[in-house]
Design a protein around this ligand. Structure first.
Ligand SMILES: C[S@@+](CC[C@H](N)C(=O)[O-])C[C@H]1O[C@@H](n2cnc3c(N)ncnc32)[C@H](O)[C@@H]1O
Length: 249
């Protein structure tokens, strides 16, 4: 079954009714509201039940079970609320992409970079673009390995961008932009690399097809373009598997 918003809303509604149907009898018997600990346990238990019924993976079930009891436990620590605000702002500065486009930050590994370097080396001097360039985990080492190629990174999370900017300093073959990847002129690049999430892939492929030049290469780390057969799949030697899906334009 697909996780449509309507289905999610229906599950939320059912969970609220179930928790209330536990809280009401409690109130009827004791003439007082259910204490917060019991309430958080009831919410955790109900969330676990629905996560199990909707066949979510074990780690999601664990999150559903423990989230509200942990909120209760944290509340008992009486931490100054400004710390939570600070943590929220810091997370926003790093994980902005997760909020606006369901693309969080995780980094390309060394094995992936080695495969990309091999592929770029075979193509000759290239103009390479990393869409959602993170901390520069691809652009920085590739710029060092391939000084005749030029590397551009688009990154829109402020703190992530800043770290990548500092790591790019002193490398004349890197252009590091604080910008939305959807604004990138893909036609200016020979190789466009994306390590994002399944969510943007259909729209990104439409953009790639509309803008990229014949003969250029679109590479997606881990997330294939739905319904498109890649011209090549490079199996990267790493765990978890991170195949590079290559699409010749
Ligand atoms: C999975 S990380 C990949 C980082 C890097 N490309 C790498 O391979 O190590 C995806 C990155 O895309 C960024 N991102 C998400 N949406 C974006 C957008 N609309 N414009 C620019 N960057 C975005 C996120 O902030 C995150 O840093």
């Amino acid at each position: 079954m697909s996780a449509t918003p309507t289905r999610q809303l229906a599950l939320q509604g059912a969970a609220v009714i179930l928790v209330l149907s536990l809280a009401w009898p409690y109130f009827g018997w004791t003439a007082q509201a259910m204490p917060w600990l019991e309430t958080s346990l009831a919410i955790g238990g109900v969330a676990l039940l629905f996560a199990t019924l909707s066949r979510q993976p074990w780690w999601w079930r664990l999150i559903h079970l423990t989230f509200m009891p942990l909120v209760w436990a944290t509340n008992t620590l009486a931490i100054d609320p400004s710390w939570f605000l600070l943590a929220f702002v810091l997370l926003l500065l790093v994980y902005r992409g997760a909020l606006s486009g369901q693309v969080p930050l995780y980094l390309s590994n060394k094995a992936t970079v080695a495969e990309l370097a091999k592929l770029l080396g075979e193509r000759g001097p290239s103009r390479f673009l990393d869409l959602g360039a993170g901390l520069g985990s691809t652009t920085v080492p590739l710029a060092d390995l391939l000084p005749d190629s030029h590397f551009t990174g688009y990154e829109n999370a402020p703190l992530t961008w800043l770290v990548g900017r500092l790591l790019s300093l002193g490398r004349p073959n890197i252009r590091w932009r604080w910008d939305d990847l959807w604004q990138a002129p893909l036609g200016e690049f020979d190789v466009v690399y994306a390590f994002l999430s399944p969510v943007p892939m259909p729209a990104l492929w439409q953009k790639a097809k509309a803008e990229m030049q014949p003969g250029s290469l679109f590479i997606s780390n881990s997330f294939p373009v739905p319904g498109e057969v890649p011209s090549q799949v490079i199996e990267v030697d790493c765990t978890p598997p991170r195949p590079l899906y290559c699409y010749q334009i």
